[in-house]
Design a protein around this ligand. Structure first.
Ligand code: PEP
Ligand code: CO
Length: 450
C-alpha cells in the first residue's frame, strides 16, 4: 500500500468487478458532469453517523441497516420507497422496545444500483452476453444493446439517488416520522385482523402511545425529539469511477468525503487487501463498512482494520459478517478473538442473508427464514461468549408483499414463491418476515439487558 492517497490513487491497483465501457470518452464526459453536480449528502451528516457508530461500539446504540439487494430505476416510485421507510421505522420501534438503545436506521437506499457478479458473462440458449451489473451500468434484458455498459446510466443513477433521498429526508424530518402518530407507518396491504406479527406490532404501538402520553402528561409538554428521526443511506461502493466523481474535498479543510452516501461499504468480492477498493476506502473520511465472509483468515481481518483504520478511531470501521448458518460457529470466534487480542476498535454487524442463499428445485434463488434467524441467534451467542457485542443487523428486505424467502410465520413454501417473486437478484424478506426478525432482535437485546 503506498503512503500517499488521492481520490484516484486506486487507479494503480487492480480493481475487481468494474464494467468495460466501449466508449471511454463518453464515460469521461459523464464523470466530469457528475463531479460538478451537488453532493447527495453533507459531511456534517456523515460525521453525525460516524459519531452514532462510535456510540454503537460502546453499546449505547444499535444499527439497523436494510433495503433491497439492488434498487432498480423503475422502482424509484412513491410506494416502494415509502413502504421501505415505513417498514424500517416499524422494525426500529420493535427493536427499541427490547433494547432500550437508540437505533441508527441506515437504508440500503438512494444509490444501491451497482452489483458484483460471479461471472462477467451470461449464456442463454448458446448466446453469451456481458452479465447484468445493476441499473447503474446496464440493463437486465438479455439483448446486446441492453447489456452494453452505458455511461448515461451513471447520470440516471445519480438523479434517482437524489430523488429518493429528497423524499426520504422530507418524510424523516416532518410529520410522517412523528412517533406520536405511528399509524402513518401502516402498510396498505397489511390485514388489520390477521397475522400474529401484525397483532404483536399493534400491541406494541398501543403501549408506546400510552407511554408517550404518560411522559408528556408529567412533563406538561410535547417532546420534540419524538417528532423526527435520523435516517442514513448506504450502498456498496463498487463502481469506483462513479464513487470518485462523488468524492469531494471537505469545505472545512479536513480531507475528502464520499458525498454520494453516508455509509459506503466494500462487498465480499472486492475486499482484497491489495485491491483498488481498499485503496479508495482508506482515504475517505466517511465511516466505512466491509463484508466479511467465512473464507477470510483472522489475521487478514486484523490487517484490514490496520489499513482502513490505522489510528483506531471509534466509529470509523464496521465489519459486517455474513458467514452462513452452517459456517458461523466455525469461522466467527477466531476473528472476534483476533480483533480483541490486537485491540482493534470495530463495530460488529451481522448480515444473516448472504451466506444463506440456496436454489429451489425450480431454480429460484431463495433463503430459508429459519437459517436467517439461526445465524442471527448464533451471532448474538458467539459475541456474548467471546465477551464481544453484536452492534447491528444488515438485512435485505422490502415493504412490498413479496414471496422470495421461504418460511416465516405464514410458512411460505417453495411453491408459494411463484406468486410474488419480484427480485432480479437476491431474495428479500417481506414485510411480515422482516418484522418477525425485528421482534427476534428485540428479544435478544432485551435478554442481554437482564
Ligand atoms: C450484497 O450485499 O448484496 C452482496 C452482494 O453482499 P456480499 O458482498 O456480502 O456478498
Ligand atoms: Co444481495
Amino acid at each position: 500500500m503506498s503512503q500517499s492517497w488521492s481520490p484516484t490513487s486506486w487507479k494503480s491497483f487492480p480493481a475487481a468487478q468494474q464494467p468495460t465501457y466501449p466508449d471511454p470518452e463518453a464515460l469521461a464526459h459523464v464523470l466530469k458532469q457528475i463531479h460538478l453536480m451537488p453532493p447527495l449528502v453533507t459531511s456534517w451528516e456523515v460525521d453525525h453517523l460516524h459519531q452514532g457508530i462510535a456510540d454503537a461500539q460502546r453499546g449505547e446504540a444499535w444499527i439497523l441497516q436494510g433495503g433491497d439487494c439492488a434498487e432498480t430505476f423503475d422502482q424509484c416510485q412513491t410506494e416502494p420507497i415509502a413502504s421501505k421507510l415505513k417498514l424500517l421505522l416499524q422494525m426500529s420501534l420493535a427493536i427499541v422496545f427490547g433494547s432500550r438503545k437508540r437505533i441508527l436506521r441506515v437504508g440500503r437506499m438512494a444509490g444501491q444500483y451497482a452489483k458484483p457478479r460471479s461471472s462477467d458473462t451470461e449464456t442463454q440458449n448458446g448466446v453469451t452476453l456481458p452479465c447484468y451489473r445493476g441499473d447503474l451500468v446496464n440493463q437486465f434484458e438479455f439483448t446486446p444493446e441492453a447489456r452494453r455498459a452505458n455511461p448515461e446510466l451513471l447520470l440516471r443513477g445519480y438523479e434517482r439517488s437524489a430523488l429518493t433521498l429528497n423524499f426520504v429526508r422530507a418524510l424523516s424530518e416532518g410529520g410522517f416520522a412523528d412517533l406520536h402518530y405511528p399509524e402513518n407507518w401502516n402498510l396498505l396491504f397489511v390485514d388489520e385482523a390477521k397475522g400474529d406479527v401484525a397483532r404483536r406490532y399493534r400491541e406494541l404501538v398501543k403501549s408506546l402511545g400510552d407511554a408517550i402520553r404518560f411522559v408528556e402528561t408529567i412533563l406538561r409538554e410535547s417532546t420534540s425529539e419524538l417528532k423526527r428521526v435520523d435516517f442514513f443511506t448506504s450502498h456498496e461502493a463498487l463502481h469506483l469511477d462513479y464513487e470518485t466523481a462523488l468524492t469531494r474535498k471537505s469545505v472545512r479543510g479536513i480531507g475528502y468525503y464520499n458525498l454520494g452516501t453516508h455509509l459506503p461499504w466494500i462487498g465480499e468480492r472486492t475486499r482484497s487487501l491489495t485491491g483498488a477498493h481498499i485503496e479508495y476506502f482508506r482515504g475517505i473520511r466517511n465511516p466505512v463498512a466491509v463484508k466479511i465472509g467465512p473464507t477470510m483468515q483472522a489475521e487478514e481481518v486484523v490487517e484490514l482494520t490496520r489499513i482502513l483504520n490505522p489510528n483506531n478511531i471509534p466509529g470509523r470501521l464496521t465489519l459486517i459478517h455474513r458467514m452462513g448458518r452452517g459456517r458461523v460457529e466455525a469461522a466467527l470466534p477466531a476473528m472476534i478473538e483476533a480483533i480483541q487480542r490486537e485491540n482493534r476498535t470495530v463495530l460488529w454487524v451481522c448480515d444473516p442473508m448472504h451466506g444463506n442463499t440456496v436454489s429451489t428445485t425450480h431454480g429460484r434463488k431463495t433463503r430459508r427464514f429459519d437459517d436467517i434467524v439461526d445465524e442471527l441467534r448464533l451471532s448474538f451467542a458467539i459475541h456474548r461468549a467471546c465477551g464481544s457485542m453484536l452492534g447491528g443487523a444488515h438485512l435485505e428486505l422490502t415493504g412490498e408483499n413479496v414471496t422470495e424467502c421461504v418460511g416465516g410465520s405464514r410458512g411460505l413454501t417453495e411453491s408459494d414463491l411463484e406468486s410474488a417473486y419480484q427480485t432480479q437478484l437476491d431474495p428479500r424478506l417481506n414485510y411480515e418476515q422482516a418484522l418477525e426478525i425485528a421482534f427476534e432482535i428485540s428479544s435478544q437485546l432485551s435478554a442481554q439487558r437482564s
